[in-house]
Design a protein around this ligand. Structure first.
Ligand code: COA
Length: 266
């Protein structure tokens, strides 16, 4: 499989390995903190990934040895007035929404510190793997602010209200094992195997029918926004729509004919 590295961004490193894009946030001087420019680059790169028919899965990670993303860039936050603070919060939320709403899977490979906006970015990804040196948390209250890139909403949905409030109100930090125990990350892997494990997960997903994968993402992400009844209707609707696809017939027939399926995304 060929790996191509591109570097059209100031603060991101992008690698394409077959159908998997690896996006690394790269701001070594500040442990990959997210300033506005980096958020804009992430939005641009995520939209390009979504639009690229050759790309099927995205892995988001941090460059370097010890940090995924250390948070929003505190240098930028420190000079914001009320209107600008609200605006940067809305902007960050919009960028992370692009990741969450991606019709193709997005995996966070949390390879070290994931605080504040970094933890929030991981929360917006569809799945999270963590290295054994990862530490996660939403310490905003210790700075006199609150999580502004979706953390107050996504964390309780993921790990439950009580645990989320404990983390957010104490400003506490959890190590990888504890993060896995409370469901904040799916699992922990040795640091030097994290990217390979994320790649393995991406490849396992890519073997499946791409329209079905997108439909699961839509059913789960959109379904969770509303009541169960609406989610069940959405699920049935998507189930029905897939029956119009060649891929569904290919997948079912391949099983019956005892051969691997050849999905064509149609
Ligand atoms: N924004 C801006 N700069 C940051 C940053 C952030 N979120 N996190 C780290 N940095 C900078 C530090 O100021 C330091 O810069 P310097 O070399 O000019 O002094 C550099 O990155 C290295 O950080 P340092 O604190 O020396 O590394 P460390 O390994 O001792 O500690 C952390 C790492 C992540 C524990 C610590 O930097 C930290 O607590 N950062 C803030 C985390 C946070 O509160 N995030 C939420 C923000 S809303």
């Amino acid at each position: 499989m060929t790996t191509r590295t591109t570097s059209t961004y100031q603060n991101l490193l992008l690698e394409r390995s077959g159908a998997v894009t690896v996006l690394k946030v790269h701001r070594p001087d500040v442990l990959n903190a997210l300033n506005r420019e980096t958020l804009a680059e992430i939005e641009d790169a995520a939209r390009a990934f979504i639009a690229d028919p050759e790309q099927g899965a995205l892995i988001v990670t941090g460059s370097g040895e010890k940090s995924f993303i250390s948070g929003a860039d505190i240098n930028e936050l420190a000079v914001l007035g009320p209107a600008a603070a609200q605006e940067i919060s809305r902007f960050g939320q919009r960028v992370l929404d692009v990741l969450e709403r991606s019709p193709k899977p997005v995996i966070a490979a949390v390879n070290g510190y994931a605080f504040g906006g970094g933890c929030e970015l991981a929360l917006a990804c569809h799945m999270r793997l963590a290295s054994d040196n990862a530490v996660l948390g939403l310490p905003e209250v210790s700075l006199g602010i609150i999580p502004g890139y979706g953390g107050t909403q996504r964390l309780p949905r993921l790990i439950g209200t009580g645990r989320a409030l404990e983390l957010m109100l104490s400003g506490g930090r959890v190590k990888a094992d504890e993060a896995a125990r409370i469901g904040l990350v799916n699992r922990v892997v040795p640091k030097d195997q994290l990217e390979a494990e994320a790649m393995k997960l991406a490849q396992a997903i890519l073997k499946n029918g791409p329209l079905a994968v997108s439909a699961v993402l839509e059913a789960v992400q959109r379904g969770l926004q509303g009541p169960l009844d609406a989610g069940l209707r959405l699920e049935s609707g998507l189930f029905g729509i897939l029956a119009a696809s060649e891929d569904m017939h290919e997948g079912l027939n391949a099983f019956l004919e005892k051969r691997p399926a050849r999905f064509l995304r149609k």
